[in-house]
Design a protein around this ligand. Structure first.
Ligand code: PMV
Length: 328
């Protein structure tokens, strides 16, 4: 199929996990939210068969379209570059198309720190490339991005793909997928980047080993995580910010028990709580990455000051999900 336009742009949001990371891989519930920072992808049709990729995330490259399938299967090459190529290739395959492309990728948030950059990049790439040829439903974009997530993370729960596609605040389980949480709650978070990059797949593997070695400990922690998640749902529905914050901090302790936190993350939690935060926890796979801090209007400046020197930003929930931004 030939493209219906020469240029398209799409974006997808960053995400935070409020409750249930890691346990979600084993069927337990998680609460996630997309936030107001995005990955923006611009796709342009080329006259030749080259796919060029430029990004502000530390990867770039140029490939011929006939290498698309080989690159996707290449086991040694599990990288964001491979993920982007796979996403672009899968989007074109939906329309039985194969053409050269210039892909330009700009992220408004740091990568490899638990904010879902790989899912957002895949989703924005699929949406932008797909819209050069026709229309892809959100469901299809989400499914295709999961393929790409499998390249980067090996055994993803699918939670990141769902929240970056649909946006907003959601409850996610592997068996039932995403369910939006309707609420008037308008939480504000300070996201603090510890500056330590990590690889999600490695942490997921560590947790799998712990689960095999000590199934009793794992299931006890999973039960705690699940109970905190259901209490959090009530707190969200009751707009109980204080209760929600306290539950987040308890969730951090459960993740400490799982062995995925580290001293710097624990310290950031302590420091922000002392500065008046309602609650704080690591988010995502852990081992580094970000801490999310629930703040009130009257404490957010103090919390931001308490983490001076770290890359930290205020964020709100973004309800739009993936957006195809413009066409020409
Ligand atoms: O750190 P992130 O953004 O890659 O999040 C991973 C979340 C996990 O629950 C640890 C894994 C998953 O697939 O849900």
């Amino acid at each position: 199929m030939n493209p219906v336009k020469r240029r398209a742009r799409a974006s997808a949001p960053a995400k935070i996990i409020l409750f249930g990371e890691h346990f979600v891989v084993y069927g337990r519930p998680a609460i996630l939210a997309s936030i107001d920072r995005r990955v923006r992808v611009s796709a342009r049709v080329r006259k030749d068969d080259q796919i060029t990729i430029r990004s502000n995330m530390g990867f770039s490259g140029s490939f011929s379209t006939d290498k698309l399938n080989a690159v996707k299967r290449e086991k040694k090459f599990r990288s964001m570059l491979q993920a982007v190529l796979s996403a672009a290739g899968d989007a074109m395959k939906e329309f039985k198309a194969s053409t050269g492309l210039d892909l330009s990728i700009r992220s408004e948030f740091p990568h490899s720190v638990g904010l879902g950059s790989s899912a957002a990049t895949a989703i924005a790439t699929i949406a932008a490339v797909g819209s050069l040829f026709g229309k892809l439903s959100r469901e299809r974009i989400c499914d295709l991005s999961l393929e790409t997530e499998r390249i980067v993370h090996s055994n993803p729960s699918g939670a990141d793909s769902a929240v970056c596609t649909y946006g907003g605040l959601m409850l996610f389980t592997k068996s039932e997928g995403a369910r939006p949480i309707h609420t008037l709650l308008e939480p504000e978070f300070v996201v603090v980047n510890s500056g330590i990059r990590r690889v999600t797949g490695k942490l997921v593997t560590n947790v799998r080993s712990l689960r095999e070695k000590d199934p009793g400990l794992f299931s006890g922690l999973a039960d705690m995580s699940e109970s905190l998640t259901s209490q959090a749902l009530r707190a969200i529905r009751d707009r109980d910010y204080t209760g929600l914050g306290a539950l987040m901090t308890m969730n951090h302790s459960v993740l400490q028990g799982l062995g995925v936190s580290r001293r710097i993350l624990d310290r950031l939690v302590q420091v922000t709580l002392s500065a008046g935060a309602l609650g704080a926890k690591m988010t995502g796979a852990g081992g580094g990455g970000c801490v999310i801090v629930l703040v009130r209007d009257d404490s957010k400046k103090r919390v931001l000051r308490s983490v001076r020197g770290y890359d930290a930003f205020l964020s709100k929930i973004d309800r739009r999900g993936v957006v195809v931004e413009e066409s020409a």
